[in-house]
Structure formats: C-alpha cells, structure tokens
Design a protein. Sequence first.
Length: 337
Amino acid sequence: MKAWLLKDFGLNNLQLGEVPTPTPRAGELLVKVGAVSLNFRDKAIVDGIYEPHLVPKPLIPVSDASGEVVAIGTGVTRFRVGDRVNSTLYSRWIDGAPGPDEPTYCLGMPLPGGLAEYMIIHEESAVRAPGSMTDEEASTLPIAALTAWYSLMDVGNLQPGQTVLVQGTGGVSIFAAKIALAHGAKVIATSSNDANLAKVKSLGVHAGVNYRTNPDWEKQVLELTDGLGADVTIEVAGGDGINKSIAATKVQGVVAQVGFLTGQTSAVNLMPLIFRQTTLRGIAVAPRSSFERMNPFLNKHNIKPVIDHIYPFAEAVKAFEHLARGPFGKVVIKIAD
Ligand SMILES: NC(=O)c1ccc[n+]([C@@H]2O[C@H](COP(=O)([O-])OP(=O)(O)OC[C@H]3O[C@@H](n4cnc5c(N)ncnc54)[C@H](OP(=O)(O)O)[C@@H]3O)[C@@H](O)[C@H]2O)c1
C-alpha cells in the first residue's frame, strides 16, 4: 500500500513510499482510510518536539482517521466488514481514568497512524463514525472535537447559560464553540485577527477579543462577563499566558489546560490561582466512552466541523504547511473516494 513515512524529524523527511498492507490480528480491524485530519500533535511529532524519544522511524504519522472496515481478525464482535469507523487517539483508554502508560498506545505515534491507504485499529479502540458525516468530516472528530467535548462536558460540567472562553480559531476551539453554543452556553472567543473573529461570530459566538491588539485580553473578557470571568476556559495557548486565563475565569471556575501553542512550560502566579480557587485541569483527549456520548449530541444538533481545506493524499506535505500557518478550523487529507 502507499503510505507517507516519517523517516526522520522535519517535514522534508516525510516521504511517500510503498509498504506491505498490514493483516489484522485477533481483535483488530483493517480499515481502508477515507480521510485523516491533522492536529497540532501531528506537526509537533514531525518537528521532533513531541515526546521525540517515543517516535519510531520510519513512522506512518497522523492519528485521526475515518474509513471503512475491509477485513477483521479472529474474535472481532463490535464491528463488521463494511462498517464506517473512527480511530481514537488513546487506543486502550475505554472509560474512567486512563492508565499510567496510555501515551505508549497512541495511534499516529508510536503506533502506526492513518496517513496511508490502510491502517489497523483494534476493535476496542474504534468508534462508529457518525452516519451524518462524510469521511472527511468524521476524520476531524477523534482529537479536536472529543477534546473540546470532554473538557466542556465531562470535566467542566458545563450548564446552559454559563460562559465559555475559547482561545484562537483552530480545530479544538471551533469545536468547543460549536458544542458550547448547541448546549445553550454563551461563548467568547479570542483570535490574533479580526477577520477570524468575524467568522466565529457568524457561527454564533457572542463576543470576540483580538489578543494581538489587546495584550490585556483577560480584562476585556472580565468586562464582557460583568467582572466575573468565564465558567470554563479552554486553554490552548500554554506558556505564561495561563495566568491571563486564570484571571479571565470565574472564581471556582475551570481552566482546561489543553494546549501548548506558545510553550510547554509556564510560570504560574500562585496567589491568583489560590484566591480565585481555580480548578486547573490537564486534558489528554478523552476515553472512548466520551466519544460514544459525543456522537449522538453532534447528530442531534447537526454539528458539522469547520474544515479550512481538504488536500489530496499526494499533497500531504502542503497540508502540514497549512497547519503550520494556523488554519481556521480543520485541515483534512482525503485518502480514498
Ligand atoms: N491535550 C489534548 O488532549 C489536546 C488535544 C488537542 C489539541 N491539543 C493542543 O491544543 C493546541 C491547539 O490545538 P489545535 O489542534 O486546535 O490547533 P490548530 O488547529 O493548529 O489551531 C491553532 C490556532 O490557535 C490560535 N493560536 C495560536 N497562538 C495563540 C495564542 N497565543 N493565543 C491564543 N490562540 C492562539 C490561532 O488562532 P488565531 O489565528 O485565530 O489566533 C491558530 O489558528 C495545540 O497545542 C495542541 O497540541 C491538545
């Protein structure tokens, strides 16, 4: 089969090659990949800044896929040939709390990912793809949508009428905005540019703050919330900006620490954290059970992903370059018709 192989770190070392089509073992599905979507994690892996000691070489990258089951190993009961499935990032985290070694069982690194004509997914880590979505649409769910859903609903216990703060207009943030709005929450979004703010407002977002032209953006969020702050903040920026997120979040509110776009370390001012009694919660996507709760909600509210661009399989490198420029929503690679 054709597969993109990361032979060493750096986008120039991502090359199209030919490898044997895998055979499903007991409990496994062979999936003909319809589409994959890119996440910042995939780019960070290619760049060698995401757990580089775990990266096998060559690696078939990209965790998030949607496709059709074309063969099954012995003992498979959850799916049949012909079913459309989604991958999940944490292939062994089914429900409850994760085990201590989940990162060693992630698709797209260290396990082979979906940037290939076929991929193996264990039946326990596959989820039925929503019938209302194409493969291109469904491929955006496993990390971006699920992280947003888990942060808001399972961790943030979001209630209708509460306020959510989302940062930037990337994959996680747009899904968080759409899910929060469908749940009856008020949403405030930040962005580096006014054009993106206009676009998120057209999706229903109540207010936008430009974090480039307003370096003290947390004060604007407070003004927009009667001085109280957001109930749940989806933190994707990382770095020292976390102090602004704590300031922009309500007393006893939740900051879901999802991302690290500006840095993987942070100097947290403890006194505001203590006085505001903020719950600062690290997020590492979610278990399969959360995915299975999310999909009916997406179907019920007819929530579709915002896809910035769909690239053909041969142009995977261009898709990664697009991700590096900062997409509005998701970047998708179509693999099969
Ligand atoms: N922990 C987890 O489970 C998990 C899951 C998913 C993602 N993540 C992480 O979350 C982050 C976002 O992921 P993603 O897939 O949504 O990324 P993405 O689609 O690449 O989105 C990036 C967007 O973030 C915005 N941004 C960049 N710098 C920012 C800053 N300083 N402050 C606020 N917004 C900023 C930009 O929007 P504007 O151009 O509009 O400003 C940019 O388009 C990444 O660090 C990713 O690794 C973690």
